[in-house]
Design a binder for this molecule. Structure first.
Ligand code: HGY
Ligand code: MN
Ligand code: MN
Length: 414
């Protein structure tokens, strides 16, 4: 089995997974959906064929295990997420699971067992599309899942607990941390870069130094509905005008602070009728920076701005912080093995930070983490045009395979 053949298989499987969607004309695969069930079933089949035992945990994470040559050894965790954003690309998440699976497949093909077990994790929800909370899957694995989230409802009024049960999970016995830190060798995630750096440097892969911190906030402006034909402009308490002013304030602040990115991606307008003045607008706010102090300061500034806009327009404000995640540095030792694997497979080494969030940021609460980025065309992601080349996937497989070999050596088993 050549690495080229394995890379083609990875691409084919990402194509197949790209067909499992809740929407007919684009790729949207939310947590605990029918499409996720299809994806889990397909990946479980490939895992079993690669000599792995497979289980779906109480939240809906898919876990494939490839045993070591002897019992009682430590375990290395690999993988990424299988859920997507709306109108997604095919590689954000699934590529990492498929590359990890390809390495197991290649071990299985030559009946090779390592001195440690390997688990490939297909996380059930990293994007937070259905319940606006990211990292449900990895938080369940690390035992940091906040059970209060079980009461959250989705756009159809289904609670997270109901969704988990319908998916075959059991919210009442969500796994506490499945692992003790000393049972693990670490977690290594392969992921598309979702940025332009590797392409600009003409590099196939890179080692991630750190994962940017991010805050998710819900901002709600409440004004007063009224007839668009009869309420004088000066007497209006228009929630949508308040929201619009705030959105431009978000952009202006982000443009003025180096390294800050802040985005309003979602907006719900009530009653949302052309001849009624907007009574209430709820919008999402995503704030990120590589420095936690700067990120928190930006959130405070934007909250102050939102209050000022509300006061000026006699519109009420509800500011709700949904989630905050600090900057997570990848583990130097494990990342050093990844770097050595890149160099020993004759590829130039480049280390870069991640502006995107990843499950590795959560696994870092439990064990050492390392990430390998793969070049993606134009740096495009969270978009159907997301693309990687088979050649770069082959490099990723080669590097991950070398990483496993170096880990064997480090663990004293040449
Ligand atoms: O939002 C992110 O950075 C990731 O794609 N969930
Ligand atoms: Mn991702
Ligand atoms: Mn993503």
């Amino acid at each position: 089995m050549t690495t080229q053949t394995s890379a083609h298989t990875v691409m084919q499987r990402c194509d197949i997974l790209g067909g499992f969607s809740e929407e007919p004309d684009c790729l949207t695969r939310p947590f605990a959906s029918r499409a996720m069930r299809q994806a889990n079933e397909a990946v479980a089949g490939w895992m079993r064929a690669a000599g792995m035992t497979v289980q779906q945990d109480k939240l809906g994470n898919l876990i494939g295990r490839y045993e070591a040559h002897s019992i009682g050894t430590k375990t290395l965790l690999l993988g990424s997420h299988l859920d997507t954003v709306r109108n997604a690309g095919k590689y954000d998440g699934p590529l990492g699971v498929m590359v990890a699976l390809a390495c197991i497949e290649r071990l299985h093909a030559c009946q090779q067992r390592l001195p440690f077990a390997i688990e490939v994790l297909g996380f059930a929800d990293e994007e937070g599309l259905r319940y606006q909370r990211a990292y449900l899957g990895s938080k369940a694995v690390t035992g940091t899942f906040d059970r209060e989230m079980l009461g959250l409802i989705d756009a159809k009024g289904i609670t997270m607990a109901e969704a988990i049960r319908a998916f075959g999970g059991d919210p009442d016995s969500l796994p506490s941390a499945r692992w003790q830190p000393d049972e693990l060798l670490g977690y290594c995630e392969v992921h598309i870069e979702q940025g332009p750096v590797l392409e600009a440097l003409d590099l196939a892969v890179g080692v991630v130094s750190a994962i940017a911190g991010q805050n998710r906030i819900s901002v709600c402006f409440t004004g007063e509905a009224g007839h668009t034909g009869t309420v004088p402009m000066a007497l209006r308490r228009d929630a949508l005008c308040a929201a619009a002013e705030f959105v431009l304030s978000v952009e202006a602040l982000a443009r003025s602070v180096p390294g800050l990115v802040a985005t309003v991606g979602q907006m719900a307008v009530q009653p949302g009728v052309s001849n009624v003045i907007a009574a209430q607008v709820t919008l999402s706010l995503d704030v990120r920076h590589r420095d936690d102090t700067q990120r928190e300061q930006a959130c405070r500034q934007l909250e102050g701005r939102a209050h000022a806009i509300g006061l000026t327009r006699s519109v009420a404000l509800n500011w709700q912080r949904l989630q905050g995640r600090r900057v997570v540095a990848c583990a130097p030792q494990l990342s050093g093995l990844l770097a050595q694997a890149i160099q020993e497979t004759a590829h130039p080494l480049h280390t870069l930070p991640s502006g995107a969030g990843h499950d590795a940021a959560i696994l870092a609460d439990l064990t050492e983490v390392a990430m390998l980025f793969v070049r993606c065309r134009g740096g495009i992601s969270h978009h159907p045009a997301e693309a990687v080349s088979t050649e770069d996937v082959e490099v990723a497989i080669t590097v991950l395979e070398r990483f496993l070999h170096l880990l064997c050596e480090r663990e004293g088993h040449p």
